[in-house]
Design a protein around this ligand. Structure first.
Ligand code: BGC
Length: 765
């Protein structure tokens, strides 16, 4: 394998895509912010076909939702991630003509993202209106050492002239507009209006504020010590400007850092302007490009050490896997106050909202490889418990909490409740993620301080939202009516299998942890007011949870009525009418059996012990035939199950479509941002699927099976403070304890003892 090559995303190796798609693919981020890889000369121009911008995690404004009929409890505001002006933007002046006033001709020559260091290189050939040609090379990175910093170096070399050229670097006007495509509800729908003020300083420092959410962001610029410059006033803006003589064939470089603060609540911002200026000046003083790069690259290197998946035998695939892991890394901030938006920080799609995507599709990657990050992501949910409690009451649920389907600040932001608010399974998804985190890490402090409270309060929701049925069909069972499961092509149903199974798990883990902590931490139970009576109720509801089953078809039923509906004629529907959601009224779709994404079968994936292989096969075959995968969250789940059913070809196909989704823009909307859950699914498919890693009896089990085309798969993970490395080759497997205490583990469900410096070789067959 060409090691180096599989860490590079080289433009020349990608199929041609439009500007927006490349901007997304090459976005640089560090979880605090993301910068789309725009054309740096034209991004500020209203005719530019791309969508440049800087997205800061948690920096949003409120935009009012309008309804023809505004019912009680409808979400009143959407939160919309703000598109902050593009830090890549630069102005040139040659022969008295400025590039922001008279467009220069700019041709993209090349781009390369080096995922080893996190540095993006872009090369453009530029022609001025007076026919002067120069090559512009950008090297930029979002620092992973200091998450406030974006660093960029511009290098200019004259191609056909010798003479003066002026560069102007200033905060661009906020005139970049999100292009909203009103026919696609997944794209950005709303625009925010930002205000800006400048802060007196030796540096150009801009304060950007929102109008309704009352948030402020400070963005400071500094010419780095490689090319010190003084700030001058130009266009009434504090700017860096320098004229230098270019000699044909010679290159001039100049580097800048941007310090982007965390969003501050405006009203509470007690910081004085001099204090803001002093802290920005201090942060950026005497820094060189190389030093900042070395610091950041060291962090990126550490990430790869813990989180890389090394696949040999297929370089293109190995690269695709790394691309997805790298984007996950770029999307997770870990400040405890934010999560990961469905599009990461790469675009305005889905308005920058956090969904169940984070807990169910992305979190496992962090739980196993960067547990500290997983903890911080879960903390975000803890910090929004007050909003979730308020929402439950607003929705008439007298106990527990109700987490929002989509949100940034913890309040519900979905304007279409049947495919939004009604997805109450999010409560149980969060509880499931906490349980996995605690089981994998053994972090009982987290459980005591934060996790158990969420588990108990979400469990309380189920008792209050569901009820004990008395009708003939469900008598004596605990039922949950009027919800929507993960499949958004079926809405407002009774007893959605996924929801009920997840709620059952939520109730059961509340009981499990109660039994564990009643002796060790009785005070916690007092604090949360958890009583034996309540736990008995949880237990009873879990035991008697109604799980719909079709006795004739012998499959798990998606909901009470699902199998009685006609099946959508999938094969007869022309390709151009997919995704169905863009072409048919929701009721038309709801009328049929057609799944947007994995729903019931996801429980087969999450609870493997629930069914034997014959049941799994029936569920899989039935649901595969009615699933159209219009959601990017679908294929990987089917792929994992195909793997468990030993359908090697299907598993491989699903996996390939998962891994290459954004690099090949196969959903057609990568331009609005990456599909971050699908990227998390890449890890799930490899680790839960091909490697067959799963929790077993307070330890883990490995049941690997590699596709014939791969030579080997290597990855690392943490388990209760130990780091373990697995290498699966054809046909041997080695399991290595890199650090920590010996443990019993299971290989194909048979126990073995793993000790330090001990390599266990097990034959695959
Ligand atoms: C999917 C949801 C997902 C959302 C954000 C929708 O298309 O149906 O399951 O949470 O996208 O990714």
């Amino acid at each position: 394998m060409d090691e180096n090559n599989t860490f590079q995303i080289h433009l020349q190796k990608l199929a041609h895509q439009d500007e927006k798609t490349f901007e997304t693919i090459y976005t640089l981020g560090n979880g605090h912010f993301g910068v789309r890889a725009s054309n740096p000369l034209q991004g500020n121009n209203s005719h530019y076909p791309g969508q440049p911008g800087l997205f800061v995690n948690g920096f949003y404004d409120l935009t009012q939702l309008s309804y023809g009929e505004n019912y009680s409890g409808y979400a009143q505001n959407s939160q919309t991630i703000c598109e902050v002006p593009d830090p890549r933007f630069i102005i040139f002046e040659v022969d008295g003509v400025r590039s922001d006033e008279t467009p220069y001709n700019v041709r993209l020559v090349d781009k390369n993202l080096d995922m080893r260091t996190g540095v993006l290189m872009d090369i453009f050939d530029v022609k001025t209106p007076t026919n002067k040609q120069f090559r512009l090379t950008l090297q930029s990175f979002a620092s992973h050492a200091d998450k406030h910093l974006f660093v960029i170096r511009y290098s200019v070399s004259a191609l056909n002239f010798t003479g003066p050229i002026t560069i102007i670097k200033q905060h661009p006007y906020i005139k970049q507009q999100i292009q909203s495509n009103t026919t696609d509800m997944r794209a950005a729908q709303r625009q925010t209006v930002l205000d800006r003020t400048f802060i007196q300083s030796k540096l150009p420092i801009m304060m950007i504020s929102t109008r309704k959410s009352q948030l402020a962001l400070i963005v400071a610029q500094q010419a780095l010590s490689d090319n010190p410059m003084h700030v001058t006033m130009l266009d009434d803006l504090p700017s860096y400007s320098k004229t230098f003589d270019l000699t044909q064939g010679m290159t001039q470089s100049f580097s800048f850092a941007y310090a982007i603060s965390y969003p501050h609540p405006l009203l509470k911002a007690t910081l004085s302007q001099p204090a803001i200026a002093a802290s920005a000046e201090k942060r950026l003083a005497n820094k060189s490009f190389k030093q900042l790069l070395d610091d950041s690259a060291a962090k990126v290197n550490q990430f790869w050490k813990n989180s890389d998946i090394e696949l040999t035998g297929d370089d293109a695939l190995a690269k695709g896997i790394r691309f997805n892991l790298f984007h996950l890394y770029q999307a997770a901030g870990g400040d405890g106050m934010t999560s990961i938006p469905a599009k990461g920080l790469t675009g305005p799609g889905y308005e920058g909202h956090f969904f169940w995507d984070a807990e169910m599709f992305m979190l496992p990657f962090f739980t196993y490889t960067e547990p500290q990050m997983a903890r911080q992501l879960l903390l975000y949910r803890y910090h929004t418990l007050p909003q979730a409690q308020h929402r439950a009451r607003e929705m008439g649920v007298h106990n527990g909490v109700m987490f929002p389907w989509r949100t940034i600040n913890g309040e519900e932001s979905s304007s279409y409740y049947p495919a939004g608010t009604a997805q109450v399974h999010i409560n149980a998804d969060i509880a499931y993620a906490i349980d996995t985190y605690v089981r994998v890490t053994g972090d009982t402090d987290f459980l005591m301080d934060y996790g158990y409270e969420i588990i108990v309060k979400t469990a309380r929701f189920w008792l209050a939202y569901g009820h004990w049925a008395t009708d003939d069909a469900h008598a004596g069972k605990f039922v949950i009516n009027d919800v929507t499961g993960p499949d958004e092509y079926t809405a407002m149903v009774s007893n959605n299998y996924f929801t009920n199974r997840m709620a059952q798990n939520n109730l059961s883990i509340a009981v499990k942890y109660f039994n564990q902590i009643k002796h060790s931490h009785p005070e916690k139970l007092v604090e949360l007011n958890v009583t034996d009576e309540e736990i008995a109720q949880f237990n009873h509801a879990a035991d008697e949870m109604y799980l719909p089953y079709d006795e004739k078809l012998k499959i798990k039923k998606q909901d009470d009525l699902s199998t009685s509906k006609p099946v959508w004629p999938i094969k007869e529907t022309p390709r151009n009418l997919f995704p169905l959601l863009l072409h048919f009224h929701p009721m038309t779709i709801y009328h049929y059996q057609v799944n947007k994404q994995a729903d019931t079968v996801m429980t087969d994936c999450l609870f493997p012990k629930d069914q034997d292989e014959a049941q799994l096969k029936r569920d899989f075959d039935y649901y595969e035939a009615i699933t159209v995968h219009d959601s990017s969250l679908s294929r990987a789940i089917f792929g994992i199950l195909a793997h468990r059913l030993h359908h090697a070809d299907d598993a491989y196909d699903y996996f390939m479509q998962t891994v290459m989704m954004d690099l090949s823009n196969s959903q057609g909307n990568t331009g609005d941002g990456i599909h971050a859950a699908n990227m998390g699914s890449t890890w799930l498919s490899l680790i839960y699927g091909f490697a067959g890693l799963g929790l077993e009896k307070e330890s883990f089990n490995l049941s690997p099976e590699l596709p014939a085309a791969w030579n080997s798969l290597r990855f690392r993970f943490w388990f209760h403070g130990r780091q373990i490395e697995i290498t699966i080759t054809q046909p041997a497997v080695s399991i290595k304890l890199l650090s920590g205490q010996p443990l019993q583990f299971y290989f194909k469900h048979k126990p073995f003892k793993l000790t330090k410096d001990h390599l266990v070789n097990q034959y695959l067959k």
